[in-house]
Design a protein around this ligand. Sequence first.
Ligand SMILES: Nc1nc2c(ncn2[C@@H]2O[C@H](COP(=O)(O)OP(=O)(O)OP(=O)(O)O)[C@@H](O)[C@H]2O)c(=O)[nH]1
Ligand SMILES: [Mg+2]
Length: 333
Amino acid sequence: MITEQRAARMDISDLKDRIVAGDRRALSRAITLIESTRADHRDQAAALIEALKSVDREAIRIGLSGTPGVGKSTFIESFGMMLTAQRLRVAVLAVDPSSTRSGGSILGDKTRMDRLSRDPNAFIRPSPSRSHLGGVARRTREAVTLCEAAGFDVVLIETVGVGQSETVVAEMSDLFILLLAPAGGDELQGVKRGIMEMADIILVNKADGDLKPAAMRTCSDYAGALRLLRKRPQDPEGFPKATTVSALHEEGLRQAWDEMMTLVNWRRDHGHFAGRRAEQARYWFGEEVRQGLLAQLATPSAQAVMQDYAERVAKGDMTPTIAAAEVLERLHS
Ligand SMILES: Nc1nc2c(ncn2[C@@H]2O[C@H](COP(=O)(O)OP(=O)(O)OP(=O)(O)O)[C@@H](O)[C@H]2O)c(=O)[nH]1
Ligand SMILES: [Mg+2]
């Protein structure tokens, strides 16, 4: 047993060294490890993440959200290629909580990221299918840590924005980018206010050919809408901002990157970059505790207790308030 533990520890330390040395197979293996739900794998994954804390490397984490068909895959391909052409190393991850989604996942459209997936300076990891958002969130957060330790300069985290996935991605990104398509009319495309408030930069894609005038209009509509939002302390003058791109024609990408860097550099200079990461660590700590409590409630013995009390409440023998208090007490005694 002891030798087994020692072997596992050595294995983790070896894995860490290989990740830090930029070994892609080690990185893939480590991501598989953090995706595993087996208890011994979870322990090893936790040890690995802990060991990587001492690695002093920082990527720019960019969250990217947009509805199906807006051009996320096309954008990641051409934006990613533009970055690798500047000798930057780019990792692509995805938060995709829906298991029912047929097409569109990163895995499904390797064709759309054909060039990037063959680029030695890029690393693309599809989202594991199945699993609930909490699990996907932890897995992606840890994968970001792994990619950062592996020396990637930019980590792109894609989501299609199902349920709470935008919040999940925004809470693990230094920059949150919202990708939009040109609107038909002149009304805003029903983007929820909460999502607008999370965005650091809005990119109106497909600003090419016949769609260009509509893209320009949509962009100025959103620029106006952004100006009406409450000013956030983490933004310099002029941010958040909206601009147009064409992922297909590879236009505006360099400018979009320059805007991102302007924002990142300003935030670094003003303490907001580190501040945001600290807030995110706080947020994920709280989430992990909440998830852990929910998991405790889901055990068979807790379910049996719940069932028992639910019956008594239904019969009118107890009030819901008293019953809940007793259940909580029993859970923690
Ligand atoms: N004209 C034009 N079409 C684009 C552009 N970017 C993407 N498209 C097209 O829009 C369609 C959807 O693009 P995708 O990149 O697959 O969109 P997506 O957001 O990844 O879609 P899902 O993965 O389904 O969520 C494809 O037919 C693309 O060729 C662009 O800049 N201009
Ligand atoms: Mg896609």
